[in-house]
Design a protein around this ligand. Sequence first.
Ligand code: NAD
Ligand code: WQD
Length: 349
Amino acid sequence: MSKQTILVTGGAGYIGSHACVELLQAGFKVVIVDNFSNSKVESLVRVEKITGQTPTLYQADIRDKQALSDIFAQESIHAVIHFAGLKAVGESRQQPFNYYHNNVYGTLVLLEVMNEANVKRLIFSSSATVYSESTCNQYAEDFPLGAINPYGRSKEMIEHILRDISKADTVNKSVSPWKIVLLRYFNPIGAHESGMIGEDPNGIPNNLLPYVSQVAIGKLEQLSVWGNDYPTIDGTGVRDYIHVVDLVKGHIKAISALENQQFAAGNCKAYNLGTGTGYSVLEIINTFEKVTGRPVNYKIAPRRAGDLAECFANPALALAELDWSAEKNLDDMLIDAWRWQTNNPQGYQ
Ligand code: NAD
Ligand code: WQD
């Protein structure tokens, strides 16, 4: 049997590059489209070194309809995993147009081309950030949505668009209906265990883990812990950190699930990808120091605007319907993040 081809948008990025490794190792043919706005081609050189296989690369913007149509004409695509997008919350407040144009309009162009090519299997990178603030800290998929920044709203809008187009197909009993999985990621961290691919943020990192690693290696002087007066175990923010390799394995399970009964007549379903366990910022720092033997210089600073006290997944639905659950623990995540950082102190440069 010939290999199924998966089109991976944003395949050179942090999560996308890890997905390419797992897809190639699982026996898929991988075709990547990336404009390298937030990644480097070196990540794909490393994917090749890890797997001994060469993914097909198209350097293009997903908003370029002609370029996308050409790719669909050239390749026999079974399904699309759609990672491409901008993802920095703070930047999205300063450049909302860019975020809606890149994320929402880019997805519309992709959907149009997929529809024309009659490729209607899609796995979409959504985020826990689509949930509205709630008094309950453990989010299940049926919780109300209500993102609070342009980045989150772009993800929420895309979710609505995907649900609507899939519903229309189901109502109209389309011969080949859309089959769509929305994966809501909690906080992906860590790196491939080879230490060859990992997260390579531009400039000063926004997210906790790259910041902690860069303080530990001496690139940054001190971590600010944003608030220690939250109603949590030690006053610092609690999040559901998930190993990036566990996360991308969820995508491979989702590709298989598209063939299950629940998607037979077309469907669009959301699944949380998280461990179900939350850790505080201080727990992260302490565990990082324990597993790496490196001190992390930090100070307590005021709360960061827009932060929640506590947020973690109820991952039961992904286990029941995708047969997926996270396998790696916090030590694994931090050891792998540190291996990547020490092997690549300047990232991919
Ligand atoms: P990333 O920035 O490392 O990867 C995104 C990739 O998409 C990059 O390689 C970038 O060059 C590419 N890209 C962006 N816009 C493009 C366009 N218009 N055309 C073609 N390529 C384009 O980000 P990531 O952390 O790997 O995240 C992947 C996806 O997962 C994103 O959609 C993000 O919103 C989502 N997500 C990420 C997190 C997280 O914490 N990393 C959490 C939840 C959801
Ligand atoms: C984690 C915890 C901070 C940095 C963000 C996006 C979300 C998703 C993942 C894409 C919080 C604390 C952080 C620092 C700190 N991305 N912290 N000092 O905010 O949970 O989620 O990334 O979809 O949309 O909002 O992740 O890593 O920024 O913060 O104390 O320098 O670490 O306050 O409690 P967050 P994060």
